[in-house]
Design a protein around this ligand. Structure first.
Ligand SMILES: [Zn+2]
Ligand SMILES: [Zn+2]
Ligand SMILES: [Zn+2]
Length: 326
């Protein structure tokens, strides 16, 4: 495996060198009793004297390797480097068939707590510029196991989508001295046409220019730049767990499969990171979850090169999701 950078789009691509063979496991490596099939746990939570409820292990077939350094090198005008990074799996529950939306509030809160702990820990490694957390639910979303799990990937670069967001939010802040996502949250809460659900702490809405039908974003109403610095108390973790489950249940009524991705601040302490670049990061960036439903081909949105085509108005999508009987 190697990382190659496209000099035009600045996009990093994980390039496999050839077909890597993956041994076929007969048993689910994430089920209790099969712990020997995965590398040793990095993190685990057990209730009382019982077995684990949530655990984190290195990925069985990682895209990235933790040892050494990135060995950035040029090939003519092109850039490439080793796939240095961390690739971990958060096994969310001992129960093989329990979707996130069916797990208890406490369990989902423990999953969020595991995210917080792992992000904070990986950010201590100065080789990593960003820690991604994501979840693929369902076959169509490309999940690689039926067992409920999320993935965490730490990389020596910031993913392109994040770079765009960071730039855009920083530019807005430079002009107005306000956080763009705080302003969006305020307007959406006042207009109440694209909001899906909100309470005293969090809100969910369908973005004005949603890229996909039923795309939903979740964010804290009060300004917080990083999830791992916001979700420090059990009350807050439990609150978000309930909120997240409710949103996911609404979405599941239109699409059981989805991608969920966390956008949080990059690692400001990374090696070679230009600190002046992040002068206003704490004030201009606002963490959020982006959830993109994966829908059957008949109602799929078409991508015309880089322009998204969305067949469902976000206002109608939000209205439909609000009316879901939970
Ligand atoms: Zn399992
Ligand atoms: Zn904000
Ligand atoms: Zn985002």
């Amino acid at each position: 495996m190697q990382l190659r950078k496209d000099p035009i789009s600045q996009n990093w691509v994980v390039q496999e060198d050839g077909e890597t063979s993956r041994p076929n496991l007969n048993a689910c490596p994430f089920c209790p009793g099969q712990e020997a099939l995965t590398p040793q746990s990095i993190y685990s939570y057990a209730k009382g004297q019982g077995g684990w409820e949530v655990r984190v292990t290195p990925h069985l077939h990682p895209f990235y390797r933790i040892e050494g350094d990135a060995q950035r090198r040029a090939e003519g005008i092109y850039d490439q480097m080793r796939t240095l990074g961390a690739h971990e799996v958060v096994i969310e529950s001992p129960h093989h068939h329990l979707r996130l939306s069916q797990q208890s509030d406490e369990n989902v809160a423990q999953v969020l707590r595991a995210f917080v702990s792992r992000i904070a820990d990986l950010k201590k490694d100065r080789r990593f510029r960003y820690v991604s957390v994501f979840r693929n639910q369902g076959e169509q979303a490309g999940r690689d196991s039926d067992h409920p799990h999320s993935q965490i990937i730490a990389t020596p670069f910031i993913p392109r989508q994040l770079v765009y967001e960071l730039r855009s939010l920083r530019r807005y802040f430079a002009l107005k001295e306000r956080c763009l996502l705080c302003d969006i949250a305020k307007q959406e809460l006042a207009q109440q046409v694209r909001t899906v659900e909100w309470d005293s702490q969090f809100m969910a809405f369908c973005p004005f220019a949603s890229r996909l039908p039923y795309e939903v974003w979740i964010l804290p109403i009060e300004h917080h730049c990083a999830l791992e610095e916001d979700l420090t108390t059990w009350d807050r973790q439990l609150h978000l767990a309930r909120f997240l489950k409710s949103i996911v249940r609404r979405l599941e009524s239109v699409s059981p499969d989805y991608h969920l991705v966390l956008h949080t601040t990059p690692n400001q302490h990374a090696k070679f990171e230009r600190t002046d670049h992040w002068r206003t990061l704490l004030e201009d960036f606002h963490w959020h979850f982006e959830i993109s439903p994966v829908r059957p081909a008949t109602s799929r949105s078409y991508f015309l090169k880089e322009v998204s085509f969305n067949s469902v108005l976000p206002e109608r999508a939000a209205d439909e999701l609000r009316r879901v009987n939970l």
